[in-house]
Design a protein around this ligand. Structure first.
Ligand SMILES: C[S@@+](CC[C@H](N)C(=O)[O-])C[C@H]1O[C@@H](n2cnc3c(N)ncnc32)[C@H](O)[C@@H]1O
Length: 198
């Protein structure tokens, strides 16, 4: 089956072949979310959300406008089953690159690494288009070469800075101190703000 299709990801979820899934909100993201005490009204997108632990954590902590997007219906059905409280209108089953809306905050968590590296420029432009001009893209990236012929595709700080700097100001990109054990020393936390032009 071709990797870069929704059928491929649906099949992975159906078969339970989801090694990327850490079963909880990622600790570096939790620390970031916990200091957003005045931002609970912000419109948030989690693209390539999978089982969406970050969204569940945010909603349980009072964030109202959390939208999750994945082109795997299987993944979104699992989220709805586990967490029926999430409004149907906040579940978006679509190709990320087709999605049209504007957000204050977008969260990256093992979505970037699932995309073929040829799509990195397109991802950067799309993220820019989806953010309000005072919005932010924040999240985690692997600091690890990983694989070059199937996901997860890897990278390092230098590569990511080059990719993102065309459309974003890089406010922070640094090694995580609080990754889960299997990702210790292999994860970068980043905060990007959109440039006026992209
Ligand atoms: C490696 S999984 C990560 C899931 C989740 N973020 C996590 O950390 O558990 C990548 C996810 O991105 C989704 N995905 C990949 N390409 C996509 C696209 N073009 N549009 C929407 N979703 C996509 C897949 O269906 C899959 O759920």
């Amino acid at each position: 089956m071709t990797i870069h299709t929704n059928e491929y990801w649906d099949a992975r979820y159906r078969a339970g072949e989801t090694r990327w899934d850490i079963g909880k909100v990622s600790p570096p993201l939790k620390v970031y979310f916990d200091q957003l005490v005045h931002d609970k009204h912000k419109k948030i997108l989690i693209p390539g959300c999978g089982r969406a632990y970050e969204a569940v954590y945010l909603i349980k902590n009072g964030f109202q406008e959390v939208f999750i997007l994945d082109w795997s219906k299987q993944a979104l059905d699992m989220v709805k089953k586990r967490f029926p409280r999430i409004p149907d209108s906040h579940l978006i089953c679509d190709d990320f690159f087709n999605h049209q809306a504007k957000y204050d905050l977008i969260i990256e968590q093992t979505f970037f690494c699932s995309l073929h590296p040829e799509l990195r420029k397109k991802y950067t432009k799309k993220m820019h288009a989806l953010l309000k001009i005072d919005g932010k893209l924040i999240g985690l990236l692997f600091d690890d070469p990983l694989f070059d012929n199937h996901p997860p595709y890897g990278g390092n700080e230098k590569i990511y800075r080059t990719v993102f700097s065309s459309c974003f100001r890089i406010i922070k990109m640094e090694a995580c101190y609080n990754s889960i054990a299997p990702r210790q020393g292999r994860e970068l936390f980043f905060i990007l703000k959109p440039k006026l032009q992209c």
